[in-house]
Design a protein around this ligand. Structure first.
Ligand SMILES: [Fe+2]
Length: 318
């Protein structure tokens, strides 16, 4: 069973050895084959099966699923001392962790938010797919519809791969118009403006240890503000060392299922708590970890809504 249509055509700018190395790492970790087919379906972990059953019996499943289908729109202002005054107020829209094949019905509420939103640039910070455990045939169409609904910006849209994304999926996303930044950087200069900034993106750090922050930083044009997209926020210390001023990430889902007091019922090994959810600071680097737009493992959310975030970048000190 193929999870996305068409033969895999990798972008010319991606190094062939890198692609082969990434595919080698994917074997055994993901439910993807290198040609984009889903391998034998893996079963859901026992903990999640027990959780699903108990929630169904108690009637909470329906409520959690309603929450899942109701992502919120959130606006955040970032006072950034190094952000160019010429680009004050630049708006960057972030989606993350769609895991679209978990439940493609998410596409309608997401598109409803996108239809009423304007932005200068759109980014998606990884985990486009759940992969391996699902077989929703409508998932590629749903993801393509989300990509089509993104507000037109000055460039892009751009994305980075997450720990659920095979590199073959990244190639498919490129064919649908989403530029995947695979340890690379581009310069963004809005028309009619003198100022520009560097937008960099790294491959997954969490499963594949493939994030090359130094390599992406080396491609940033000199004397420009550096903005990094990284699926996992664990790249923050390296990003701070390499002169990035803002890092946007996802991966943790903010916990996804939390108690009424906000206590997280999920933890994530390898991710320091300070980066787990929302805004954080790492020396001169400001960061934001999205709670994700979709969900992982089970399409439920409690006390931790999915989100689509509009980041407004301001050129003034905190
Ligand atoms: Fe995710």
């Amino acid at each position: 069973m193929r999870s996305f249509p068409g033969p895999v055509q990798y972008p010319d700018r991606w190094d062939k050895n890198y692609i082969e190395g990434r595919i080698r790492k994917e074997r055994g970790r993901l439910g993807w084959a290198s040609d984009g087919h889903v391998l034998a379906k893996r079963s859901k972990p026992l903990l999640y099966r027990i959780a699903e059953l108990s929630l169904s019996v108690s009637g909470l499943y329906r409520r959690g699923h309603r929450n899942f289908l109701n992502p919120r729109f959130r606006e955040i202002e970032h006072p950034l001392p190094a952000w160019p005054a010429d680009l004050d107020g630049f708006c960057l829209l972030q989606l993350s962790d769609l895991h679209i094949d978990l439940d493609p019905r998410l596409v309608d509420p997401v598109r409803a938010i996108l239809r009423r939103t304007e932005a200068d640039l759109c980014v998606i910070t990884g985990d486009f797919w759940e992969g391996g455990r699902t077989d929703h045939q409508e998932a590629p169409g749903a993801l393509a519809a989300v990509l089509k609904s993104l507000p037109r910006g000055v460039a892009g849209p751009f994305g980075v791969l997450g720990n659920h994304d095979a590199i073959a999926c990244g190639a498919w996303l490129e064919s649908r118009g989403l530029r995947i930044l695979l340890n690379e950087a581009v310069e963004i200069q809005p028309e009619g403006r003198e100022a520009s900034f560097a937008l960099a993106g790294v491959d997954d750090a969490y499963y594949f240890a493939s994030a090359d922050v130094a390599g992406a930083a080396a491609q940033c044009p000199a004397h420009r503000f550096r903005l990094l997209l990284s699926h996992s926020p664990q790249t923050a210390p390296a990003a701070a060392r390499h002169g990035f001023g803002l890092l946007l990430s996802g991966h943790t889902h903010g916990g996804q299922i939390r108690s009424p007091g906000g206590f997280g019922l999920r933890s994530m090994p390898g991710i320091p708590r300070k980066y787990f959810r929302g805004l954080w600071q790492e020396g001169p680097l400001r960061g934001y970890t999205s709670s994700g737009t979709g969900a992982c493992q089970i399409p439920l959310r409690f006390h931790c809504p999915g989100e689509i975030v509009l980041h407004r970048l301001r050129s003034r000190p905190d």
